[in-house]
Design a protein around this ligand. Structure first.
Ligand SMILES: *[C@@H]1O[C@H](CO)[C@@H](O)[C@H](O)[C@H]1NC(C)=O
Ligand SMILES: *[C@@H]1O[C@H](CO)[C@@H](O)[C@H](O)[C@H]1NC(C)=O
Length: 169
């Protein structure tokens, strides 16, 4: 593996402070899965001390990806939802999703998904995801770092494409 080392030196004032920084190759991203979700009616909880809360339940969903696909896509159980918060102090009304989803793979394994992030100027939301499972087959998901892009594709339909951080940059 090629190692890129950038050394930067700076002498500051009379102290002659030396800054040494080492940049290793940036990690890459590996496509993980896409999940399609149909939400239910939003509950407008309203303005509280932490911001404007909107809760949207998950009615149904499906997911599939290279390492998560069996014969058929997995299902998103009608358990979770998005406890979204519009930041009280944000002048642009950034919405912070706070999503919980429970995945059931087509071969019967359960994966709990947590995700949060922020809406972007183009209307999508960038999210960071974490996973919990006791499944031996999917145990690797407990320790990955994953990101996603969430897009509304209908009045109550959304799609989230996800990637995991991989070693190769
Ligand atoms: C998600 O929806 C898109 C667009 O309809 C479709 O192409 C894709 O196969 C769906 N994926 C899953 C896992 O349901
Ligand atoms: C609000 O949006 C404008 C235009 O996209 C951007 O320049 C600014 O940084 C945003 N402000 C905040 C607090 O996000």
């Amino acid at each position: 593996m090629k190692l890129t080392v950038i050394l930067s030196l700076a002498a500051l004032g009379n102290h002659g402070t030396l800054y040494l920084s080492l940049f290793l190759p940036a990690p890459g991203l590996e496509y993980l899965y896409t999940v399609n979700i149909t939400g239910g009616d939003a509950a407008i909880v309203g303005q509280g001390p932490r911001g404007f809360r909107i809760v949207v339940p998950i009615l149904s969903g499906t997911f599939a990806g290279p390492k998560l696909k069996g014969k058929t896509p997995g299902t998103v159980l009608p358990i979770g939802g998005d406890w979204a918060l519009i930041d009280a102090n944000n002048i642009n009304g950034t919405l912070v999703p706070d999503v919980r989803q429970t995945f059931k793979t087509d071969d019967g394994h359960y994966i709990q998904v947590f995700e949060t992030g922020a809406t972007q100027p183009d209307g999508s939301a960038w999210v960071r995801l974490t996973y919990e499972t006791g499944s031996e087959k999917y145990y690797w998901m407990n320790s990955i770092i994953a990101i996603g892009i969430l897009r509304l594709v209908g009045p109550s339909d959304l799609t989230i494409d996800t990637w995991q951080v991989s070693t190769q940059g």
